[in-house]
Design a protein around this ligand. Sequence first.
Ligand code: SF4
Length: 136
Amino acid sequence: MTRHYRYGVVMSTLSGRLRREHETFVCMARIYCGHHHVPAANGLCADCEALMQYAERRLEKCPYGADKPTCANCPVHCYKPAPREQAREIMRFAGPRMPLRHPLRALTHVFDKLRHAEHPMKLRRDRGRPSANGGR
Ligand code: SF4
């Protein structure tokens, strides 16, 4: 199935906050791709579109679900090194341009950045630890 990564016509499986985050990443990728590559009609070249599909798959499997931090602030960071670097480059370039191009999305992203999350391993360790009062 061909997916068209334009806002309003995005992926099929994500919903709620995960969908919104992915749409924001697509907007950023379109800004970046428009300046650095030769985008197709949907605003993304094949490489950038492949990255968007990769990001979608990562979001589908995100251990935090809708309570996730932003991927940039994530203690797990589930991306492989190459796509992670691609994502960083896109965010470095498109981040400062977002308030002009997509002010509402940029503002929402600022609030999302305030979310913090513990590493799932630490949460598991803390849950297994007896409380200070010995469980009384
Ligand atoms: S980087 Fe972190 S927040 Fe982003 S999808 Fe992966 S696990 Fe979830």
